[in-house]
Structures are given as structure tokens and as C-alpha cells.
Unconditional design. Sequence first.
Length: 190
Amino acid sequence: MFLIVGLGNPGAEYDKTRHNVGFMAADVIAAKYGFGTARAKFDGLISEGGIAGEKVYLLKPQTYMNLSGNAVVKAAIFYKILPQNIIVIHDDMDLPVGKVKAKTGGGAGGHNGLKSIDAAVTPNYHRIRIGVGHPQGSGEAVVNHVLSRFSKTDAEVIDSELELIAEQVGVLIKDGMEAFSGRLGMLLKK
């Protein structure tokens, strides 16, 4: 059994923003694998389905980003899902648009959603990092950047990446992070 978590902020004003690319990925996965209708539970929206022969719960926390760990820990405890079976999909400003990286464990890199999950669960879960680019400057420039929408060109790149992640997430579930990361790297070079 696996828990896939797409990170984002709730509310229409954040829809399709850079910070909500995790929600976007969750929606693509849900559509691709025919997940059931999401219901409100665990401070989030959760649906269930199957990928690569495994039961999978798909969670979109409905707290703000810095409290995402609350939803993740509630779902993980309820379904008895260990950290090694949790996959978190999130935006990463340290990667340019067009780059996707995946790893198990590691630091939060300043990402408040990851900090919250690290504190609530443990850092030893799988992470799929989707590049959203970094603005010039810091502080307010960063906030404005992550809460902005993608340009038309960047949105096309992101849509393509989200489809690729959805197509390949079964490799992560079935064969592990090394196989998934290698496959992703190979396909993104094409």
C-alpha cells in the first residue's frame, strides 16, 4: 500500500500556480489511473485507486503548505503506511522548469511543506521534485514567484512532465527509487 501526496495550497486563487504543481501532478495521476472521487478526510482530499498492482491513496492536503505534515501523518497512521511507501510530489525552485529530480530522504531545502512532513513523519520518504525556476532576489520576490502561474511555454513543459511522472510512477512503486530516477532521467533527455 502506498500514499502519494501532491503538495499545494487550497483555494482557487492558488490553482495552477508554481507552488501547486504537486496538486497538478496528483490530478494527472488520478485521471490516468481512474482513481475514485476525492473525499474530505485527514485535513485533505483523498482518493484511492491502484497502480502497478498496489493499492494507492492519493492525498492533496487542504491545509496551507507549511502544515502539510498534519494531513500526511493522519493518513499514514490511519492506513498504516510506512515512510518508505510515501511519495511526495512538490515544486522545487532550485531546479529550472524542464527539470525533474527524484530521491529518497534528504533535507527540506527551505520548502515549508517538506519541513512540515519531515517533522510529522520523518525525512525518509520518496520525493519527486518538479522544477519551477528561481526568481532574481529573495523574500517577497520568491513568494510572488511561487504564487505566480506558469507562462504558456512553461505550462506546456510542465504538462508534459506531469504526464511523464504519471506514466512512470508505477516504476517507483514496483521497482524502487533507483529504477524510477534512472527511467525519469533517461526519458527527460529525449
